[in-house]
Design a protein around this ligand. Structure first.
Ligand code: GAL
Length: 803
């Protein structure tokens, strides 16, 4: 099958991006501000007049777990991040203008973890167990208008644990908004845009629009649909369809053609917007915007993945949804920082393991250029954890999966649907039945993208693969079997749904670097006594591989369309191998604080064309010790290494090598690497033996923040010696202070074993680095961040906050 597309994304107005919008007929307002929160269950808290005096005032998104204390006995266990769960209540009082009496009002939640019940003015609106799904309720019949108060109450129940194999967070951790529309309006997630005949010359665009009539006047209406660039300039003409709107759903299909479209790709993610106006005579009763991207792609048995006519290797990473020290609480700026780092590494794809992502992730993937595998479930009917989604699967899977596809099917970035990860039913006949059911649900709503499942039993007895329901065979791990994929599955298309699971602690180096430690091998446990794991890319899980092992295979064969590495960033929970006091993972290419581990530069040297040279390890060792020195590089023929000016030899990558190595007898001083191309020096890198900590250096990922937008600056504190060298083992306690209208939203250092709180104004440096996340408030002006550590002079950094 060839998957031709173009896509649109329903522009779910992100509350952080747009605080309130009113286009003709439709009002969308941010509903994140000024909620009251109580941790613990309370009888009667859904009642409008309930006494909530004394509850804590906060703005959403909010994750109460991240505010708690680590304890291995917390019911989530270290696998779930060892932070508390429980039950929490949220309440908010609001008014609705009298002018809105004739409108329909909805409350939209992007995600609540988990088992939420929502009431308005004491009326129960619904229960939603799935913690990752977006949902809405209609408030209209229960609202009071004018100056009268309305009360929303939300109960969130994350008390039955373990219910997740990773850190979930707890609470209303994604955005909430109010949407008011006329009685005749575009339905929720009511457009679906597809393309055909896509070429550089032109693209045919089909826009399907579902109009819902809830109490409006039946009769003849018009839908006027046009295509615009992102600046609002008309580009593809306008079409008008007349239709008779009955008292339920009426669907129109309209066709547009765009000449010389700018095609969407990961390198050049061109976007457009479809604007649909529903009109009664000359009156606009609704206006609906859908962000779209035009591209053509398909998977091929032999050639792999083809995007806009070109072979593209999918160079992806799996991501869980937490934002490190901010927990699960959605902040688009924190997510954008993660994606920017991945983009700079050359990554072009993301798998939303193992659940529907936030809308912001897809918006960013659309605009930054990431191919997305949008995943639905980590389990079906059979449990992985005692209280996980298997308890709800039978009753809820259809609704949840349909809602996910309807919400996400217009995003140009989404190119693969995954109906499940490592589902136990692979080895059971129910796998056959359920795979058909789920793939059928997806195909019915979207036939333009392939469906896969992430299989960890890729043998021919696998019931999910045998069912024939999936379009792409997804392999998790088994890197040495990949070459034989065609023999097992002639005529099937491949995607590496999950690979690698290598383990690393930033800044830790165990020698010899060329001996791979797999945790099944008793003599070579990857975990050291201090719960660190070597960052030489020489440690992995028994089911996984080092980074180099898998990438060497994937890059070699075209039929291997690509891979999703476990994982792009470290995440809370799953401290594999399961060793308390560790409470977060070691899998990331980037650590939990957002500091790259060395292997980041291996990928960058392979995946980008920018010149890369990265030298490791640090240069503080016992004199006389044999130290393995590695260099990752590209765009050069060879690299020469010098120690204190004396050459230690020239090395070239041989065969499929991804780095070069020298075995060096350590002497303090300066290690310098010089790559050459056609004999000319192209770059150089130095690592110097560091002395004692002497100063703190602060740097920020950006120096200008937007006021009133929950904007963040990520401040790195480096502990340096008097000559400005990073002190590789420094663990000074760094105190952060903020002056100005901003606050510390979180601190971290990337150490998976630290039990220090994330919500604090201090952090011990870990291998020389610490992080403070500064959040701007409402006012513009200057914010001064300072950092102090015992005996070291204070460092300062200025940020400007602008309207
Ligand atoms: C996989 C699983 C992931 C994660 C990973 C750790 O088998 O799909 O969720 O647990 O192992 O290596």
């Amino acid at each position: 099958m060839k998957y031709k597309f173009f896509l649109l994304c329903i522009f779910l107005l992100s509350a952080t991006l747009v605080s309130a919008q009113s286009v003709s007929g439709r009002q969308v307002s941010n509903f994140d501000k000024s909620w009251l929160f109580h941790l613990g269950d309370l009888a009667g808290a859904q009642i409008a007049g309930f006494n909530d005096a004394g509850w804590r005032k906060l703005d959403l998104p909010h994750d109460w777990s991240i505010e708690g204390k680590f304890n291995k006995d917390n019911p989530a266990k270290p696998e779930g991040g060892a932070l508390p769960g429980g039950i929490g209540w949220y309440r908010k009082v609001f008014t609705v203008p009298a002018a809105n009496k004739s409108k329909l009002t909805y409350i939209e939640f992007d995600g609540v973890y988990q088992k939420s019940d929502v009431w308005v003015n004491g009326h129960h609106l619904g229960f939603r167990p799935n913690g990752y799904i977006s949902f809405r309720y209609e408030l209209t019949p229960y609202l009071k208008y004018g100056g009268q108060n309305n009360t929303i109450a939300v109960k969130v129940d994350n008390s039955s644990q373990p219910n997740s194999r990773w850190y979930s967070g707890s609470g209303i951790y994604r955005h909430v908004r109010l949407v008011a529309v006329n009685k005749i309006a575009v339905d929720q997630w009511g457009t679906f845009v597809t393309t055909s005949n896509v070429s550089q010359a032109s693209a045919d665009i089909s826009v399907q629009t579902a109009i819902r009539n809830k109490g409006g006047k039946k009769g003849e209406y018009k839908i006027v649909t046009g295509l615009y660039d992102m600046a609002g300039k008309a580009v593809g003409g306008q079409v008008t369809a007349k239709l008779f709107v009955n008292d339920t759903l009426t669907t129109a299909i309209q066709k547009l053609t765009l000449q010389r479209p700018r095609l969407w790709s990961a390198d050049a993610p061109a976007l457009y917007q479809v604007i649909s106006r529903v009109m009664a005579g000359n009156e606009t009763v609704d206006t609906y915007k859908t962000t779209v991207g035009i591209r053509d792609f398909y998977f091929d048995t032999d050639k792999g993945f083809i995007l806009n006519g070109e072979k593209v290797k999918i160079k992806g990473v799996c991501l869980h949804h937490d934002l490190g020290c901010l927990g699960a609480a959605m902040n688009v700026h924190a997510l954008a920082r993660q994606l920017k780092m991945l983009k700079e590494m050359g990554c072009n794809a993301i798998r939303t393991s193992h659940n529907p992502p936030s809308p912001e992730l897809l918006d960013l993937a659309d605009s930054m250029g990431f191919i997305v595998m949008d995943e639905a479930f980590d389990c079906w009917e059979k449990a992985k954890e005692k209280y996980d989604y298997h308890l709800f699967f039978k009753q809820w899977h259809k609704r949840d999966l349909e809602d996910q596809v309807l919400r996400d099917r217009n995003h140009p970035s989404v190119m693969i649907w995954s109906i499940g990860n490592e589902i136990p039913e692979q080895s059971d006949s129910s796998g056959f039945r359920i795979a058909k059911d789920l793939a059928g649900i997806v195909h019915r709503l979207d036939s333009t993208r392939p469906v896969t499942a992430a299989n960890n039993h890729p043998d021919t007895k696998n019931q999910i693969i045998r069912s024939g329901a999936i379009d792409l065979v997804g392999y998790n791990y088994h890197h040495t079997d990949l070459v034989g994929f065609h023999e097992r599955y002639p005529d099937k298309k491949f995607i590496g749904t999950e690979t690698t699971s290598a383990l690393e602690t930033r800044g830790v180096y165990d020698m010899p670097s060329d001996s791979i430690r797999r945790w099944s091998d008793e003599d070579k446990q990857p975990m050291n006594a201090d719960f660190t794991v070597s960052a030489y890319d020489n440690a992995s899980t028994p089911w996984g591989s080092t980074h180099e092992e898998t990438w060497k295979i994937i890059k070699k064969y075209d039929f291997l369309s690509g891979m999703f590495i476990w994982t792009g960033l470290d995440y809370l929970g799953e401290p594999t191998p399961y060793t308390w006091p560790a409470r977060s993972s070691y899998f990331g290419i980037i650590d939990l604080a957002g500091f790259p581990k060395d292997v980041y530069y291996m990928y960058q040297s392979e995946w980008t064309s920018k010149p890369v040279l990265h030298l490791l390890p640090h240069w503080n060792w016992e004199p006389g010790k044999t130290v393995d020195v590695w260099a990752y590089y590209n765009n050069a023929d060879e690299v020469e290494l010098y120690l204190n000016g004396k050459s230690l030899g020239v090395k070239k990558k041989q065969g499929d090598d991804l780095h070069v190595m020298w075995r060096v007898k350590y002497a303090p001083g300066t290690l310098k690497a010089v790559p050459r191309k056609h004999g000319a020096e192209v770059l150089s890198a130095e690592v110097k033996t560091a002395g004692k900590p002497a100063l703190i250096q602060l740097s920020a990922d950006k120096d200008k923040l937007k006021a009133g937008d929950a904007d963040l600056a990520f401040i790195t504190a480096k502990v340096l010696d008097k000559d400005g060298n990073l002190v590789p083992f420094a663990k000074n306690k760094i105190m952060f202070r903020v002056n100005g209208d901003a606050f510390i939203a979180g601190v971290d250092n990337g150490d998976p074993t630290s039990h220090e709180p994330f919500k604090a104004n201090y952090r011990y440096a870990f291998n020389g680095l610490a992080l403070a996340v500064i959040q701007a408030k409402q006012k513009s002006g200057t914010v001064v961040v300072s950092a102090e550590a015992d005996g070291l002079p204070a460092a300062q950094l200025k940020l400007s906050v602008v309207k």
